[in-house]
Design a protein around this ligand. Structure first.
Ligand code: GLA
Length: 690
C-alpha cells in the first residue's frame, strides 16, 4: 500500500519552467536546458500530456524520447517533475473504448480533439491509467534527475461535471454507501416533494435535464460531493501506484477547481498541493465594483492554496500574455509584472515555482498562451526578467523556505456552501460579493488575511489561532459546525456572520426553527423577517451607531433582526423601507469572545466600518506607513521567529512608502529608511526583527 509522505523540501529555492520536449525538434533541447541553467532555473515539469509518446499503441511502451530529454536536463543540473499523462487519453484509446469519454448532462459524449475528455469512473479508463502510471513509475523510479510526480493535470479544469454511464452507475454505489437504504435517501433528498420518491436503485441517477434546468437541490448537492470523491479516488489510484513503485519521489497535483475538495485530495493522496497562478485572468474577468483589485486579487486565490498546503508549489506561473485561439485574450504582462507575480506567489507561501511555459507553442490551441521565450527563440524582455528573478532567488530565496504566512484574521469558507450555492440563488451569489468586499477592505488597510476552510475535521486549535473570523453567509450549517464556532467564540474569538447564516442542515434542507438556526443563541438574535432585494429595488440603508460610519448601504438582502439576549447590543439599524429602525447589526458577548451578526451582504464600506469596530490594525503600523496600492504579506519562521515583510507594488505608478526605522531589503541588499519611492510593479522583501 501507499508509503509514508515523501519530503519535498530543499535547501535552495527551486525555480523552473514547464517544458514540452515532444513539441520541439530534438536539436533545441540541449540549448534549452543550458539556457535554463544560466537563468538560475533548477527544475522542469514535463510529460503531462504525452500519453501517446509513452504508449503509441495499446500495450506497447516507449520511453526513448523522454529518457533522452531527462538525461540532457540532468547534464545541466536540472531536476524533473514528471506528469502522469492521464489528462489526455490517446486517440487509439478513446476510439476503441468510447465508454471512457465524459458526457454532458444530456448524455452527449465529449469527443476526441481537446483535453480532459474522459471520466473518472470508467473501469477500463482506470485500468489503462493505472497501467501507464505503473509503467512510467517503474521506469523512472530510480532516475537521479526525477524528483517528483504531478498526477494528471488540473483535475476538474475545463469541465467539472460528469454524466457518462459509468458515472451514473458509480453514483448509485456512492449513495448506497452513504445512505444504506432508499428510505434514507428519499428523506435526505426530500423526495416526497413533487413525487420524486424512488422505489428501486435503478431509478436513481445523477441530475438529468429537467424543465427550467431546476434539479432537486439536495440531489444536486450530493452530486457535487460525488464528483469530488470521484476525482479524489482517481488521484488516489495513481498516488498509491506512485508511492509503491517510486517511494523516493514525491507526489503532487496542480490547480484548484470546482467540485473538488482539494483539502481532502491532498490529505488522501499528495505530499503537498500545487497551484497554477495566472493573475492576468483578472483583465478578462475583473471582480465587480468600482475599484477592482485586478492582479492583486490573486492573493485571495493564493490564500486558499496555502490553506491546503501552508507551503506549496506554483506549478504554472504566468509569464506572458495568455490566450487560446478562441478565447481568453489577455494583454501582455508589463515589464516587471512577471517578477511581481512571482513574489506575490512566494509572499503567500510558494516554496517552489515554475513558469508556464519555457517557450510559446507554435501549434495547437495555445499558440497565444505565451511562455518566457517567443516562437523565434531570440532574447526578449521576459527572458531577461526571468534571469533577474533567477539571480535574486539563488542569492536570497533559501532564507524564507519553510516560513509561513502570518495572519490574525481569516475568512471562513466551506465546500458544501460553495456547491449548494451554485444552484441556490438565495445565498450562493452573496458569498463571492462579501468575500471580495472583506478581502479588498483588509488588503487596502494592509491587514493580512487567510482563507480557512471549515471541514468536519477542523479543530478548535486551528480556529483559535485567529483573533477574528469572518464567515459571510454559511447557509448550510450542521449542528457540529455551529458547536465548534460557539466554542471558538466562548474561548475568546471574534466571529462575524452575515445574512442567511445557519438556516440549512447538511442535506441542504431548512431547519424548522427561527434563523439563524443553531447559531441563534450564540448571536443573541433571531431573524424576525427577511427580504431579498430585487434588482430594481433600492439597497437597504443601514445607520451605524458605531465606528462613526454614518449611514451605509447594505446589499442584496435584509435579515431583520430581533435581539433575544441581554448581552446583545445593537450596533446598527435599518434606515429604509418597512423595516426602518429594526436592528441590522448586533454584537453579542459569549464567554470570553464576541459574535457579530450583520443582516445584509457586506460591501467594502461596511467591512471597513466593522474593521474599525473590531480594532484591527496592520502589523506595518509598528514600522512604517504604506500606500493603498502596495500589498503587505508577512512570512515567519516558527522555529526562530524570523520574519520577512513582502511589499508588492501593483500600481502602475510610483508609490511612496515611509519607514520609521531602518530595514534591510534582501532583494537589493540595501537599507530602506524614511521616505522611499517604489517603482511600478517593484518588490521589497524586508527582514523584520524577530
Ligand atoms: C492550465 C494548464 C496548462 C495550460 C495553461 C494555459 O493551467 O494546466 O496546460 O493549458 O492552463 O492555458
Amino acid at each position: 500500500m501507499a508509503q509514508a509522505n515523501c519530503d519535498w523540501k530543499t535547501d535552495r529555492f527551486c525555480l523552473g519552467a514547464c517544458y514540452y520536449p515532444e513539441h520541439w525538434p530534438e536539436e533545441l533541447w540541449a540549448d534549452d536546458f543550458r539556457r535554463m541553467r544560466e537563468l538560475g532555473f533548477s527544475i522542469v515539469r514535463m510529460a503531462e500530456f504525452a500519453w501517446s509518446i509513452f504508449e503509441p499503441e495499446e500495450g506497447r511502451f516507449e520511453f526513448g524520447l523522454f529518457d533522452r530529454a531527462i538525461d540532457l536536463a540532468r547534464e545541466q543540473g536540472i531536476q524533473v517533475i514528471l506528469g502522469t499523462p492521464t489528462a489526455t487519453p490517446p486517440a487509439w484509446l478513446t476510439s476503441k473504448y468510447p465508454e471512457v469519454l465524459n458526457a454532458k448532462q444530456d448524455g452527449t459524449l465529449y469527443r476526441h480533439g481537446q483535453r480532459r475528455h474522459y471520466n473518472y469512473n470508467s473501469p477500463v479508463y482506470r485500468e489503462l491509467s493505472a497501467r501507464i502510471v505503473t509503467r512510467m513509475a517503474e521506469h523512472y523510479k530510480d532516475h537521479p534527475a526525477v524528483v517528483g510526480w504531478q498526477i494528471d493535470n488540473e483535475l476538474n479544469c475545463e469541465v467539472n461535471v460528469f454524466y457518462s454511464d459509468a458515472d451514473h452507475a458509480a453514483f448509485r454505489v456512492w449513495l448506497r454507501e452513504k445512505y444504506g437504504s432508499l428510505e434514507v435517501l428519499n428523506r435526505a433528498w426530500g423526495a416526497v416533494f413533487w413525487n420524486q420518491t424512488y422505489t428501486d436503485w435503478s431509478q436513481v441517477h445523477l441530475t438529468r435535464p429537467t424543465p427550467s434546468d431546476s434539479p432537486n437541490p439536495h440531489q444536486a448537492l450530493d452530486e457535487k460531493r460525488f464528483f469530488s470523491d470521484s476525482a479524489i479516488a482517481f488521484a488516489k489510484l495513481q498516488s498509491d501506484i506512485l508511492r509503491d513503485a517510486a517511494p523516493r519521489q514525491w507526489v503532487t497535483t496542480n490547480g484548484m477547481f470546482g467540485h473538488l475538495d482539494s483539502h481532502k485530495m491532498t490529505e488522501e493522496t499528495l505530499d503537498f498541493f500545487s497551484y497554477d497562478s495566472y493573475p492576468n485572468f483578472s483583465t478578462i474577468y475583473p471582480d465587480k465594483g468600482e475599484r477592482p483589485l485586478l492582479d492583486r486579487k490573486w492573493s485571495l486565490n493564493l490564500s486558499a492554496a496555502r490553506d491546503v498546503s501552508p507551503n506549496f508549489c506554483v506549478m504554472e506561473q504566468q509569464s506572458g500574455p495568455g490566450g487560446w485561439v478562441n478565447m481568453m485574450d489577455m494583454p501582455s504582462p508589463k515589464p516587471g509584472q512577471m517578477r511581481l507575480w512571482t513574489y506575490q506567489s512566494i509572499a503567500h507561501g510558494a516554496d517552489m515555482l515554475l513558469y508556464f511555459r519555457w517557450r510559446t507553442a507554435a501549434m495547437g490551441t495555445e499558440i497565444y498562451w505565451h511562455g518566457i521565450n517567443d516562437y523565434h527563440n531570440q532574447p526578449n524582455r521576459r527572458v531577461a526578467e526571468a534571469g533577474i528573478i533567477g539571480e535574486e532567488l539563488a542569492r536570497v530565496g533559501a532564507q524564507w523556505l519553510g516560513s509561513t504566512f502570518r495572519a490574525e484574521v481569516a475568512i471562513l469558507k466551506d465546500y458544501d456552501n460553495e456547491w449548494d450555492g451554485e444552484l441556490d440563488k438565495w445565498h450562493g451569489p452573496f458569498t463571492g460579493r462579501s468575500v471580495s468586499a472583506w478581502f479588498k477592505a483588509l488588503q487596502r488597510r494592509h491587514i493580512p488575511v487567510d482563507t480557512k476552510y471549515v471541514r468536519a475535521s477542523t479543530t478548535i486549535e486551528e480556529l483559535a489561532k485567529y483573533r477574528v473570523l469572518v464567515y459571510p453567509h454559511p447557509a448550510v450549517m450542521p449542528k457540529e459546525t455551529a458547536a465548534l464556532l460557539k466554542r471558538y467564540v466562548e474561548g475568546g474569538g471574534t466571529l462575524v456572520l452575515g445574512c442567511r447564516s445557519g438556516y440549512k442542515d447538511a442535506a441542504g434542507q431548512c431547519y424548522m426553527q427561527p434563523f439563524p438556526g443553531p447559531l441563534s443563541g450564540m448571536c443573541g438574535i433571531q431573524v424576525e423577517d427577511f427580504t431579498l432585494i430585487g434588482p430594481y429595488q433600492q439597497a437597504p440603508q443601514v445607520k451605524w451607531n458605531a465606528a462613526g460610519a454614518g449611514t451605509l448601504p447594505g446589499d442584496g438582502f435584509a435579515d431583520i433582526l430581533r435581539v433575544t439576549a441581554e448581552s446583545a447590543e445593537i450596533l446598527a439599524v435599518y434606515a429604509s423601507d418597512y423595516y426602518a429602525g429594526k436592528p441590522a447589526l448586533v454584537r453579542n458577548r459569549q464567554g470570553e469572545g464576541t459574535a457579530y451578526y450583520y443582516g445584509s451582504v457586506f460591501t467594502e464600506e461596511s467591512a471597513g466600518a466593522l474593521i474599525k469596530v473590531l480594532g484591527l490594525q496592520s502589523p506595518a503600523s509598528e514600522w512604517g506607513e504604506l500606500p493603498e496600492g502596495v500589498e503587505l504579506a508577512i512570512r515567519e519562521h516558527h522555529s526562530n521567529g524570523n520574519k520577512f515583510a513582502f511589499l508588492l507594488n501593483y500600481a502602475h505608478d510610483i508609490q511612496t512608502l515611509t519607514f520609521r526605522k531602518p530595514l534591510r531589503d534582501l532583494l537589493s541588499g540595501t537599507e530602506v529608511h524614511g521616505s522611499v519611492a517604489m517603482k511600478p510593479f517593484d518588490v521589497l522583501v524586508l527582514e523584520l526583527d524577530s
